[in-house]
Design a protein around this ligand. Structure first.
Ligand code: IPE
Ligand code: IPE
Ligand code: MG
Length: 247
């Protein structure tokens, strides 16, 4: 594999990379291990990729860690994932890399211990000015959009807004991602080519990159390769290639 890091164009580093970290269970199963050990190994990849993203100058890294639908997994696995969240938020790593943590999702559904530990890490890293790592926890796009619609309806009910005046900006402001730009690049590991209810609105114009590697085996080199691949693409936003190259 070429050294993709050296091939990267420093002028075209994506501002926001979103990742669907998939394949932990299959990685573990192939090794005769429990699925939970796969998730544990996946945490190592989170640390590696967060550090690599921060060094490249990426500003936002949004990681899908637990979906609304994942609540339907066996209790044992859900519990293992919850306790893994508790132990994996290593504040020293955030501080060392100047990374700020933020969370999106229906955190009210999380056990209180998990919620408290997350809040602590979010507060302690709030002044860090480097990469913003966003963890999507108990998140699904349909949940988020439903919430946004409810917020807007309440504004209409109060007479603050007329239905015909609702804009895309109003919708964006009501989403939990309102503090960040849309993802430039969406990566899904583990071989599946679907969004699984992730950032549906926000990925309207994102570039997609799918790879077969299971998340625990995903590493810096593959991450650089995904970014290199992204840099070879022409983002036209509906225009013609000629228009884009003139701009
Ligand atoms: C992704 O890995 C992590 C979570 C969904 C929590 P999976 O657990 O979905 O792994 P596979 O897809 O079963 O291999
Ligand atoms: C998506 O992975 C959610 C996360 C990575 C957290 P899943 O493994 O749950 O998604 P499906 O079931 O393959 O769509
Ligand atoms: Mg999966």
């Amino acid at each position: 594999m070429p050294n993709y890091k050296d091939l990267l164009n420093a002028e075209r580093i994506p501002r926001h990379v979103a990742i669907i970290m998939d394949g932990n269970g299959r990685w573990a199963k192939e090794r005769g291990m429990s699925r939970s050990l796969g998730h544990q190994q996946g945490v190592e990849t989170v640390h590696k990729i967060t550090e690599a993203a921060s060094q490249l100058g990426i500003k936002y890294l949004t990681l899908y860690a637990f979906s609304t639908e994942n609540w339907n997994r066996p209790t044992e696995e859900v519990e293992a994932l919850m306790s893994l969240i508790l132990t994996s938020l290593e504040e020293s790593l955030y501080m060392k890399n100047n990374v700020r943590l933020r969370i999106i999702g229906d955190t009210a559904r999380l056990p209180e211990t998990v919620r408290k530990s997350i809040e602590r890490c979010v507060d302690h890293t709030a002044k860090n000015t480097g990469l913003v790592q966003i963890i999507a926890l108990s998140y699904s796009s349909k949940w988020e959009i439903t919430n946004a619609v409810q917020q807007i309806c309440r504004r209409v009910e109060k007479g603050e807004l007329r239905p015909a005046d609702v804009t895309e900006d109003d919708i964006e402001a009501a989403l939990s991602t309102n503090f960040m730009p849309d993802p430039d690049l969406l990566i899904r590991t583990g071989g599946e080519q679907r969004l699984s209810n992730y950032l549906l609105w926000q990925c309207a114009y994102s570039e997609f990159y799918f790879c077969d590697t299971y998340w625990p085996d995903f590493d810096e080199e593959e991450f650089y390769k995904a970014i290199y691949d992204f840099q070879q693409r022409e983002r036209r936003y509906g225009k013609t290639s000629e228009q884009v190259s003139k701009a």
